[in-house]
Ligand binder design. Structure first.
Ligand SMILES: [Zn+2]
Ligand SMILES: [Zn+2]
Length: 502
C-alpha cells in the first residue's frame, strides 16, 4: 500500500462486514495519517457516501474502504485491490444483481492493470487451487506474530458425553468444557463461546400430533426470542406474539426445543452467576455502535464470557481471551451445500485463532457429534494443507468447483402447481437443448429439485443446477434455455457461480 501511494496510485480495501471497518480504519489512520480515506457501506449516510464517491472520482481521495459494493468505487489510477478474509461468503450478493466481489475484484484488477491481494488464514478451496496451479501467486505468512504457539485444540465427542452424562441429565455443556471455563475464570482470563444459531428455543413440535410448527410463509421453524416475548421467522418478517397453537390439530400443547445464543447466555449465567457475560449476535448488535462498545468492553476486561454467533470469530484481537469453546461444530456440516465442509473448517479455524493472541497460550474446545469428520480433525490439527488435499479430491470426484463451473437456475412461484409445471418444463427444455447442442467439455444437469427451503416468504421454490467445465458453453446453453421460455406466474433467477444454496 505504501508503495502504491508513493506512486500516487489508488487503492480499494474490502472487508466482509461493516462491523470490521472501524478497526481497519483505526489501523489505516495509524499508518497513513495524512490520507483521507473514503468509507463506503450502508452504515454511512447516502449524502456522505455520495460526496466521497465524487471526491474519489475527482481524484481528491485515493483510498476507499468498505464492504463488497465498495469494489465499484470510482478510484482513480487504481493500482491495488485488497480483499481481506477473501473466503467469506458475504462477498457474494444473492439478491437483485448476483455477483461475487472477490471474483469481480480479479476482473477489475485485470481491467485496470492493478494488483489484487486476496488475504485469508483459511483461503477458499477455489483460491488455493488457483494458487497451486500458478494462476495466482502465493505469498505465505507461515508463523504467528511473535512466534506465539497455535492454541491447543481438544475435541469432545458429544455422543460419548451423552452416554456418560446419562440421557436424562444430558446438557450441552460437556464436563470438559465446564471445567475449562471454571479454570479460565479462576485465572482472571476471558472465554469466548460460539454457537451458530440465534434466538432462545429454535424449533417446536406439537406434543399431541407430532407436527413440527413452521412459519406461515416459509418452510422453516420459528425462532423464539424470549426477551422480546415473540416467535420470529429469520427469513421473512413474520412475528408471532403470544401462545403457539398447532396448525394441524389446534392443540396448544407444544414442545419447544433447540438452543440458540439467547438460551446459551441464560444457561451459562446460571452456571457461572458471578461471571460478567455478554452476547454478540445480530439481535444484540443492531444498534449503531453496539459492536464497538462491546469489543471495547472485552478489550478492557469488563467481560468474562462472550457468547455469540460466527460474528465473534472475525478479526478481533484480544490478548486475554485464552479459552474458546465451540458449543456444537455440527450446525454447518449438515447444510445441503457442497461447501459445507469448507465452511466448517474455516469457521473452526477462524474461531480457534481468536484464542491465545497475547502472552498466555490459548486453548480451544470443540464439541461435536462428528468427531471423525475430516473438517473437524484437520481444524483440530491446524492442518490447512491436509484439509485441502481431502477436499480437493472429493470435489474432483463429484465434478464440483474448481473442476466445474456452476449455473444455478432458481424458479419460484406463489402457486405450487404453476411452479412445478414451470420447473419440469424448464428441466426438460434444458435436457433437450443439451442433446441438440454441440457440447463442449463435460456437462451435467442436476435436478429439477425442490430448494432446501421449499417455501420462503410465501413462494414455492425449485432449482436446476448446470455443471460444466467450459463456462462459455454453459453460458450459451443457459441463454438458449431461457430465451423463448415462458411460464406464467413464475420467476426465474440465474446465479452464475452460486455460493448459497438454501
Ligand atoms: Zn398438533
Ligand atoms: Zn418466514
Amino acid at each position: 500500500m505504501e508503495e502504491v501511494r508513493r506512486r500516487q496510485g489508488g487503492i480499494i480495501y474490502l472487508v466482509p462486514e461493516i462491523a470490521l471497518t472501524p478497526q481497519l480504519l483505526t489501523r489505516l489512520k495509524e499508518r497513513f495519517g495524512n490520507e483521507n480515506i473514503a468509507v463506503l457501506h450502508s452504515g454511512v449516510s447516502r449524502a456522505i457516501r455520495y460526496e466521497q464517491w465524487q471526491r474519489l472520482r475527482r481524484g481528491e481521495m485515493h483510498m476507499a474502504v468498505g464492504v463488497r459494493s465498495a469494489l465499484f468505487a470510482p478510484v482513480r489510477d487504481l493500482k491495488l485491490i485488497i480483499v481481506d478474509e477473501e473466503h467469506d461468503a458475504s462477498y457474494k450478493q444473492d439478491d437483485r444483481l448476483p455477483y461475487s466481489a472477490r471474483d469481480l475484484a480479479i476482473v477489475k484488477g485485470r481491467l485496470h492493470g492493478a494488483t489484487v491481494v486476496l488475504g485469508s488464514a483459511t483461503p477458499a478451496v477455489q483460491t488455493s487451487f488457483n494458487a497451486r496451479n500458478g494462476k495466482f501467486s502465493c505469498l505465505s505468512i507461515p508463523g504467528r506474530i511473535a512466534d506465539r504457539p497455535l492454541p491447543r485444540v481438544e475435541i469432545v465427542d458429544m455422543k460419548m458425553e451423552k452416554a456418560l452424562q446419562g440421557k436424562n441429565a444430558f446438557t450441552i455443556f460437556s464436563r470438559r468444557l465446564t471445567a475449562a471455563i471454571r479454570e479460565t475464570l479462576d485465572r482472571k482470563q476471558q472465554v469466548m463461546l460460539l454457537l451458530n444459531r440465534r434466538g432462545y428455543h429454535t424449533f417446536q413440535i406439537c406434543r399431541d400430533c407430532g407436527h413440527p410448527l413452521k412459519c406461515r410463509n416459509c418452510e422453516v421453524s420459528l425462532i423464539q426470542h424470549a426477551q422480546e416475548g415473540v416467535w420470529k421467522c429469520h427469513y421473512c418478517d413474520y412475528t408471532l406474539a403470544g401462545g403457539l397453537v398447532c396448525s394441524r390439530c389446534n392443540s396448544a400443547n407444544i414442545g419447544v426445543y433447540g438452543m440458540g445464543t439467547e438460551l446459551l447466555e441464560e444457561e451459562i449465567t446460571n452456571r457461572f452467576p458471578a461471571a460478567r457475560i455478554r452476547r454478540m449476535d445480530s439481535d444484540t448488535m443492531d444498534r449503531k455502535g453496539a459492536h464497538e462498545q462491546l469489543l471495547n468492553a472485552l478489550g478492557q476486561d469488563r467481560i468474562d464470557i462472550l457468547v455469540g454467533t460466527q460474528m465473534i470469530s472475525k478479526g478481533h484481537d484480544f490478548p486475554n481471551v485464552t479459552l474458546v469453546g465451540v458449543i456444537l461444530a455440527d450446525t454447518s456440516l449438515s447444510l445441503p451445500d457442497f461447501r459445507a465442509a469448507e465452511r466448517t473448517f474455516q469457521l473452526l479455524t477462524q474461531v480457534s485463532g481468536r484464542g491465545g493472541r497475547g502472552d498466555f497460550p490459548g486453548k480451544v474446545i470443540i464439541q461435536t457429534f462428528n468427531p471423525n469428520h475430516y473438517a473437524i480433525r484437520k481444524a483440530k490439527d491446524h492442518d490447512y494443507d491436509g484439509f485441502y488435499e481431502e477436499e480437493i479430491s472429493l470435489r474432483e470426484s463429484l465434478f464440483y468447483p474448481p473442476f466445474s463451473r456452476l449455473i444455478h437456475l432458481r424458479l419460484s412461484s406463489i402457486h405450487q402447481a404453476k411452479g412445478e409445471d414451470g420447473i419440469n418444463r424448464l428441466a426438460e427444455r434444458a435436457r433437450e437443448l443439451l442433446e441438440l447442442a454441440r457440447v463442449r467439455g463435460k456437462v451435467e444437469i442436476v435436478g429439477p429439485a425442490e430448494a432446501p427451503l421449499f417455501r420462503l416468504r410465501g413462494r414455492y421454490r425449485w432449482q436446476l443446477l448446470l455443471k460444466g467445465d467450459d463456462s462459455r458453453f454453459l453460458h450459451a446453453l443457459t441463454r438458449d434455455i431461457l430465451s423463448g421460455f415462458h411460464a406464467p406466474g413464475v420467476q426465474i433467477k440465474v446465479d452464475v457461480d452460486p455460493v448459497h444454496f438454501m
